[in-house]
Design a protein. Sequence first.
Length: 76
Amino acid sequence: MRFMVFVRSPGSLAARHRDALLRAGVLLDAGDLVPGACGVSGFWLIDVRSHEEAVERVRRIPLPACVVEIRQVAVV
């Protein structure tokens, strides 16, 4: 199952912490988005077995003062 993880934070954290997901072999893509009203945003596209695994993998990454959204990607 593929999940898009959006990270909104005061600073660029998505790019710095993607290495943990890359080492785990679940990272498909990552990037930073254009800064918006809520601060800097970034994303990770991961491929894991379940939503619970996606949440657990993101919880292992120290993301202070961030808003994280995990959404399943529809595969057609």
